[in-house]
Ligand binder design. Sequence first.
Ligand code: IPM
Ligand code: MG
Length: 368
Amino acid sequence: MAYKILVLKGDGIGPEVVGEALQVLKIIARRSAVDMEFKEGIIGGHAIDASGTPLPDEVLKLAQESDAILLGAVGGPKWDNPSAEKRPEQALLGLRKALGLFANVRPVKTVKELIAASPLKPEVISGVDLVVIRELTGGIYYGKPSEKRTSKEGREAVDTCFYSEAEIARVLRFGFELARERRKKLTSVDKANVLSTSRLWREIATELSAEFKEVAFENQLVDSMAMHLLRRPKDFDVIVTENMFGDILTDEASVLAGSMGMLPSASLGEELNSGGYRVGLYEPIHGSAPDIAGRDEANPLAAILSAAMLLEHSLGMRPEAELIVQAVDEVIRDGHRTRDLHGGGGTKTIGCKAMGRLVREKIESEEG
Ligand code: IPM
Ligand code: MG
């Protein structure tokens, strides 16, 4: 049996960074006894151009038949008109929803050698090791109605934030189970002083915390959390929050790691794949960076680390995942930096391809 892995390179720097990550996966496939079958599909702006829709039916079908999906990024100035009916971002939202990927796992760790690349003080960020679990298939991203319309008073628009008890409980449970395996601390983030959905969120989080007595539990309001995250990031272990708060907090948290170019993510659901592991979508948290696309300047490490998460969560290949993480660490330690890591010490600024090649060489050198 071969694991079916769907590769969706997408727009902007997506093809470059995923190209490097894919080569890493191919090396791992070769050195292990695990069979991997790679298929490619179009998504985002490219898919709009080629087929008139950001997530063509046949690509969605391929995704539904896959054991894991590796994705680059979607979007770019060409498709930027916010009032256009078809937008690249719809592909992402559609995939997440269709595959039931409710738990978005975004680990944030500082790398010692890159601390100087962050604008934050070294003593504040050294040793940060936290995971944000962002609810990914509910909340204001999906609630109906969501539209711009015209009333007697003029233009108006509405978005709806909706959460059911089941949606809140499953992602919090995911977070508590993860916290139990880590440093046993969970911070639930909401806006319970204002929003009804947040009050329900807090109620359920507090109820669930009674089931996980070994996990230290706290609630935080999202506005003060935004501040705590920069002032005392080392105090956090697992942070669980709803869709939009998680979107915002994870971009903020990326500053702790020095660059968005370092941060991978996994989006997981309840469905198990042919190997008995969770089906997942893996992507760097950075966007399509159209300004540097096609110039061999992008940092492929977030995509490569996303491939490592894919191996761990969807293929059960933890040692291989760790090998990749170690290879990335060593390349950084050797002083190699892509442009985004400038200011993070090191000696040489290198391109996307060279960075990918160095990581692969490290992995291969472990072989013998
Ligand atoms: C993310 C991105 C997406 C989101 C966009 C591209 C739709 O910002 O994955 O964080 O808002 O979820
Ligand atoms: Mg985002």
